[in-house]
Design a protein around this ligand. Structure first.
Ligand SMILES: Nc1ncnc2c1ncn2[C@@H]1O[C@H](COP(=O)(O)OP(=O)(O)OP(=O)(O)O)[C@@H](O)[C@H]1O
Ligand SMILES: [Mg+2]
Length: 272
């Protein structure tokens, strides 16, 4: 297969607006992210659709994780990181001075690349965050644990061992527990950064199935593990390259009839 350098003329972009039948849930306007003097994101404007799965694809270092982290202000935690531009969630800028970062993260939850359960029981992994948000009633907690484990397609496997340590679970189960923990807080948007990268094919398939089911109730933005995963599960795809988005459209268009040569090169593997 011929490998040639990717087309890097960033003046050629194709960013589609959402069609009228879809509602936007979260958007960025001229978003820039800097790490010290380094400009990692160079003015990205995108709008993500409600109750759909959007994939962020692109080569390593193209700033997919940086962009995803800015959507719930996780970049606040990185020393030296600076964000400019707007991130609008339900019409409000989440970086406005009167916005509480914890309420942003409650509504816009995140699941990371490596499963990171607490070294507590399966039950407590989910109940802990709820308790921190003031929920104390045991019946309410029991119900929330059961519902979120069911939504994460994990309930049947763990219902008889809820009080055993989460650390004894398989990697795929741990990642679904992290998804359950995120959705227990009833977020509106779920951000996932390569949630299946540490998983075997069977666990990956289970996580993908879970995401497709969650789409009914959540809006999902995911950095997929690979392009096959993006094409399997996402409705919309944004192609990132060196901190710019070169193309944004329906996934089937991006993968079969991309508007931009660089996208075509990337999705067909003609990229070096
Ligand atoms: N904490 C940080 N401090 C300084 N530079 C960073 C930091 N995090 C990321 N970068 C830089 O920002 C750019 C984008 O990185 P990012 O991790 O967002 O890319 P990515 O597309 O997620 O890559 P990958 O596919 O490898 O996960 C890279 O050049 C990276 O070196
Ligand atoms: Mg990344």
């Amino acid at each position: 297969m011929a490998v040639r350098p990717i087309e890097t003329d960033v003046t050629k972009t194709s960013i589609k607006k959402l069609p009228e039948n879809l509602t936007g849930v979260i958007s960025t306007e001229d978003l820039h992210v800097y790490y010290g003097d380094f400009e990692a994101i160079k003015g990205v404007s995108l709008e993500f659709p409600k109750n759909q799965i959007t994939a962020l694809i692109g080569p390593s270092g193209s700033a997919k994780s940086t962009y995803l982290r800015s959507l719930n202000r996780m970049n606040d935690e990185i020393k030296g990181a600076k964000v400019t531009g707007k991130i609008l969630y339900k019409g409000r800028d989440i970086n406005a001075s009167d916005v509480d970062v914890y309420s942003v993260r409650k509504q816009i939850g995140m699941v990371f690349q490596r499963p990171n359960p607490f070294s507590k029981s399966i039950y407590e992994n989910i109940a802990f965050a709820l308790k921190r948000h003031g929920i104390k009633d045991k019946n309410v907690l029991d119900e929330a644990v059961e519902t979120s484990l069911k939504q994460a397609a994990l309930w049947d496997q763990v219902k008889d061992r809820l009080h055993e340590s989460a650390i004894g679970m398989s990697g795929g189960q741990q990642q679904r527990l992290c998804i359950a923990r995120a959705i227990a807080l009833k977020p509106d948007v779920l951000l996932l950064d390569e949630p299946a990268s540490a998983l075997d094919p069977i666990s990956t398939a289970q996580v993908e199935e879970t995401l497709l089911e969650l789409k009914e109730n959540y809006s999902i933005v995911i950095v997929p593990h690979n392009m096959q995963q993006a094409s399997r599960i996402s409705d919309y795809t944004a192609f990132f390259h060196l901190g710019n988005v070169l193309e944004y459209d329906e996934t089937r268009t991006v993968f079969t009839r991309p508007a931009i040569q660089a996208t075509e090169d990337y999705v067909s593997g003609h990229y070096g």
